[in-house]
Design a protein around this ligand. Structure first.
Ligand SMILES: *Cc1c(COP(=O)(O)O)cnc(C)c1O
Length: 253
């Protein structure tokens, strides 16, 4: 059964109004993904990561019950608390997608499957030792996945905010690939504010193609949010990070 049909039927079969709403939203988002794939002539289907920031652990449970396994969060404190509250949901995978300070690496490496926001060698080193320690302490078994977050603003101002300059990708990739506790999975970006997403995602796809020449294992491209998922699908996104179109407007801005 395809996702749209599955979520529509889940919506019909639940007594909980919030679960019904989320299932209907998931059906609608998957319908957009299907249409975008078809329009782009793609054979593969990007994975949907549902971004639960600002929503409670009850919504993570509702998502799990509906079959969602990939969850995105952008703040360590909030993510760590939710991961602890849902520790019994064994197949859940947490994707850390926000700006990350090196002193939070230790915490993130305990619960995250993937960090999409590796954007500087110093953070990579912190994640590497944190992942090693998390293995030693029994918090994880597999290497921590890392994606390099790229700042797509063009021209690039020098107020470093979340995201590496494209020129810094090779050094960061080398640091990730050189760590036995990390796995270089690919690139991630957010479309720059006030710019059409399409040209930015085109540049991202070119950067990803270049990266995979050196690192063929780096196949993931994390791009596309509620507003711009179609542009991301057209430009090769393999992971979409969708929050509000699944869970609704966030309780806080
Ligand atoms: C919040 C967030 C998203 C989801 O955005 P929506 O507009 O709610 O779909 C995706 N990526 C990142 C990095 C985010 O912080």
């Amino acid at each position: 059964m395809d996702f749209v049909t599955a979520f529509r039927s889940a919506a019909e079969n639940t007594e909980d109004a919030r679960t019904r709403q989320i299932a209907q939203n998931l059906a609608a988002v998957h319908q957009r993904i299907d249409a975008a794939i078809e329009a782009a002539g793609r054979q593969d289907r990007p994975e949907l990561i549902v971004v639960t920031k600002y929503f409670g652990a009850e919504d993570v449970r509702r998502l799990y019950e509906l079959g969602v396994r990939e969850i995105g969060e952008n703040k360590d404190q909030e993510a760590a608390a939710k991961a602890a509250e849902t520790a019994d949901l064994e197949q859940l995978r947490w994707h850390f997608i926000g700006q990350l300070q090196t002193n939070k690496a230790k915490s993130v490496a305990r619960y995250a499957h993937s960090v999409h926001s590796a954007d500087r060698p110093k953070l990579v080193r912190a994640l590497s030792s944190a992942a090693a320690r998390a293995v030693e302490e029994g918090h994880r078994e597999t290497p921590l996945e890392a994606l390099i977050q790229v700042d797509l603003r063009d021209p690039l101002p020098d107020d470093q905010r979340g995201g590496a300059a494209p020129a810094d990708i090779p050094a960061i990739a080398e640091a990730i690939a050189g760590s036995e506790h990390l796995h270089l999975a690919g690139l991630m970006a957010v479309a720059p504010l006030g710019e059409a997403p399409e040209p930015a995602f085109e540049r991202l796809q070119q950067l990803a193609a270049r990266l995979s020449e050196t690192y063929p294992e780096a196949t993931e491209l994390s791009a596309g949010m509620s507003q711009d998922l179609e542009a991301a699908v057209r430009n090769g996104a393999t992971r979409l990070r969708i929050g509000r179109d699944v869970l609704g407007e966030r309780p806080h801005p």
